[in-house]
Design a protein around this ligand. Structure first.
Ligand SMILES: N[C@@H](CCC(=O)N[C@@H](CS)C(=O)NCC(=O)O)C(=O)O
Length: 194
């Protein structure tokens, strides 16, 4: 199995999740400007969508989209999803919220938009993070046990720090807590992040 990633990109969530699940995998960095992998392969031959993450499974099939990859990882290690008959449904609910309502709201920061667009985006991100802060069920989104959705939220919080967006206080504490997890430290070290 191989994860295609870019340092500090959303693929960091998948990278952490693979470590947390204890899965054996390789990683290959992708240059998002040239669309070449570290090994010189045209990344569009791996993921025609041209973006990370992509996860090539041992079967040869390649998965894309954070929601699908994180959900797949949670199916390999059930402790990474909330328990109970509605566990996976609530996991997808959280992943979809983070992907479509938070991740996508960072676009103006990556697209080099003007200050007013960035300010509006920052305000929206803060509001949506506020919803998650208000519904935290313990140390993590679903209680005392970490889930793959926490890894995705963690990456969004790293981006918030990078772009000067102030998250609500409980999520600042959450970000610091996540930094202490060995899986987070291992993935960040590999990606050259401090
Ligand atoms: N819908 C995709 C979006 C992934 C995405 O935004 N990837 C970014 C990095 S965080 C990327 O590779 N951007 C480069 C590009 O789109 O050319 C997902 O959720 O997996």
């Amino acid at each position: 199995m191989k994860l295609y990633y870019a340092p500090g990109a959303c693929s960091l969530a998948d990278h952490i999740a693979l470590h947390e699940a204890g899965l054996s995998f390789e990683h290959e960095k992708v240059d998002l400007k040239t669309k070449l992998t570290e090994g010189g392969v045209d990344f569009s031959t791996i993921n025609p969508k041209g973006y990370v993450p992509a996860l090539t499974l041992d079967s040869g099939e390649t998965l894309s989209e954070n929601i699908a990859i994180l959900d797949w990882i949670a199916h390999q290690d059930s402790k990474l999803a909330p328990s109970g008959p509605m566990g996976h449904t609530h996991l997808l609910e959280a992943l979809a919220f983070i992907s479509t309502e938070i991740h996508k709201s960072f676009k103006p920061f990556f697209a080099g938009a003007g200050d007013s667009d960035k300010a509006k985006a920052g305000e929206m991100i803060g509001k949506r993070m506020g919803y998650l802060a208000d519904t935290l069920k313990g140390d993590y989104l679903f209680g005392s046990s970490v889930s793959v959705a926490d890894f995705y939220l963690f990456v969004m919080l790293l981006w918030a720090k990078k772009f000067g967006v102030e998250p609500p206080a409980p999520l600042v504490a959450f970000r610091e807590r996540m930094m202490t997890l060995p899986s987070v430290q291992k993935a960040m070290r590999h990606e050259g992040l401090n």
